[in-house]
Design a protein around this ligand. Structure first.
Ligand code: BOM
Length: 141
């Protein structure tokens, strides 16, 4: 559900700082990863795709061909509270998106398209956490 998605996103976002420089993602292009779920979040900078690739690598979620590593992604999602209720669904959605954009040879661009497709799929299935929910995390701290 949306609470699990919130936790997984925020966990994944922990790698942003390490990856920002390597991906040449300026603060101007993206402030914070939790904006990912904002309705007006833009999927237009190739550097964002490179940053998501770097963040995925940080958690060992990619294969040698920069596709999702299913087993490691399953373990990663299940490392969050109640992750097991969402793991297979998320993996299926990401994999379906990967197949749609498989002909894109540039890893950064392909991953950017996959991320956008994943977000759309989450919105359609009611799994996207609202920004209110994400921000509540920071207010409660
Ligand atoms: O083909 C490469 C697969 C990489 C796809 C990454 C899509 C995810 C976008 C970022 C949102 C992340 C929230 C949680 C990710 C858990 C895997």
């Amino acid at each position: 559900d949306v609470y699990v998605m919130k936790d997984v996103t925020l966990g994944f976002g922990q790698a942003l700082e390490q990856c920002r420089e390597e991906s040449q993602l300026t603060e101007e292009k993206m402030e914070e990863f939790f904006h990912f779920w904002n309705d007006d979040f833009k999927f237009e900078h190739r550097e964002l795709g490179c940053a998501i690739q770097c963040m995925s690598r940080h958690f060992n979620l990619l294969t040698d061909s920069s596709r999702m590593h299913h087993e490691n992604t399953d373990k990663f999602i299940k490392s969050f509270p109640n992750g097991e209720i969402l793991s297979q669904k998320m993996i299926d959605m990401i994999h379906t998106c990967e197949k749609t954009f498989d002909s894109e040879p540039d890893h950064c661009w392909r991953i950017l398209r996959v991320a956008e497709c994943f977000k759309d799929a989450c919105n359609k299935s009611g799994l996207a956490p609202s920004m209110e929910l994400i921000l509540a995390e920071f207010i409660m701290e």
